[in-house]
Design a binder for this molecule. Structure first.
Ligand code: SF4
Ligand code: SF4
Length: 342
């Protein structure tokens, strides 16, 4: 598999990284097996975050017992709650991973200019201190907003940035990828399959072989998925014009306003499983009706009592990096479900 260089750090890793966001879905045994298999295949870049439930802990079970022949990245969103919360989160990450040093550590979901301001006001100095003490090697930043990411890189403080990039979200090609390359900032791609909404997974990954995008880190949730992804990166077949067109046709129905199932909006104070609301809404309203829709509607009926509790508080909207209007979709779904019952 091709190696990529992580910006000015000079570190080389495999082009396919292990996204650990979905490890919480796997049992401890499945997770152990998956991580060992990834290492056996030569994958040497692991990406996690303190917000990903027990993902750090599961990685730590295996990685803490290995020689340091891998790169680990983690990050925290708690700078949004203040410096003390951020410091505490770092200590906990280190403890959960069972390591004495994290290669890249940084700021999670820096989407708005005021969030970047918060990062620069104190949490950044804390990470610089950690770097001097050898607790982290490099400082990183992640975010969904191209403009905020470019502003962050221009401060010269970050050695890696991570952002969503896929066949649907190509905005990073309008300046962000280039800015990172010019400044020698490493790039790592999150949501290469748009949060799992693309059915043609192989085509969605092969899309990247036409770009210099850095390390690609799809979330892995089974050995089978890991091996399939590995195989695609080993073969590294460029997309033909016909394949690209078929991929573009497939995603055209999704538009830009679709849920990436990242769960940043959770928890809902009224117990609504928001990513499921969007999944069911998409099936019923945005994709072509097929046999699976009747099953989806059954799921919708089961969720109805929860949906009726939505009081449009807007908390989910404030936290969604894609500004998706969940209350509106809850309402539409309820109307559909009610019309079917009458
Ligand atoms: S608007 Fe509705 S779905 Fe969103 S957080 Fe509030 S109650 Fe939950
Ligand atoms: S509604 Fe927004 S924040 Fe919530 S899971 Fe979907 S994309 Fe993520």
């Amino acid at each position: 598999m091709k190696n990529v260089t992580l910006g000015n750090t000079g570190i080389q890793v495999r082009e396919l990284g292990f996204g650990a966001m979905y490890l919480p879905r796997a049992s401890v045994e499945e997770s152990d097996n998956m991580i060992v298999r990834a290492l056996d295949l030569g994958i040497n870049y692991f990406d996690t975050a303190s917000a990903y439930s027990d993902s750090e802990e599961k990685l730590g079970r295996i990685l803490s017992k290995r020689d340091r022949d891998f790169i680990i990245t983690s990050r925290s969103i708690s700078y949004k709650m203040g410096l003390d919360a951020f410091k505490k989160d770092f200590d906990q990450s280190l403890c959960r991973l069972g390591l004495d040093m994290i290669d890249f550590y940084g700021f999670h979901a820096v989407n708005q200019p005021d969030e970047l301001k918060k990062v620069m006001e104190g949490p950044l100095d804390f990470l610089k201190e950690l770097k001097e003490k050898g607790k982290i090697k490099h400082i990183s930043i992640t975010g969904h907003n191209v403009v905020t990411m470019i502003d962050a890189l221009k401060t010269g403080e970050f050695e890696m940035c991570m952002f969503p990039f896929n066949v649907i979200e190509r905005e990073p090609l309008d300046g962000l990828v280039e800015t990172a390359a010019v400044l020698g900032v490493a790039t790592s791609i999150m949501k290469p399959m748009a949060g799992g909404v693309i059915d043609s997974k192989a085509l969605a990954l092969r899309f990247f072989f036409n770009y210099k995008a850095g390390v690609i880190t799809p979330g892995m949730s089974s050995i089978q998925e890991l091996e399939q992804n590995f195989d695609i990166f080993e073969k590294r077949e460029l997309l033909s014009a016909r394949e690209l067109k078929s991929l573009e046709d497939e995603v055209a129905v999704l538009g830009k306003e679709f849920c990436r199932r990242c769960s940043y909006c959770m928890p809902c104070p009224n117990g609504i499983m928001i990513p499921f609301v969007h999944m069911i809404h998409m099936k019923c309203f945005e994709k072509e009706m097929d046999d699976s829709v009747s099953y989806t509607l059954k799921l919708g009926q089961q969720m109805k009592p929860a949906l009726e509790k939505c009081d449009e508080c807007g908390k989910c909207f404030e936290k969604c990096p894609y500004n998706l209007s969940t209350p509106k979709r809850v309402k539409e779904l309820l109307e559909l479900l009610n019309s079917m019952a009458s």
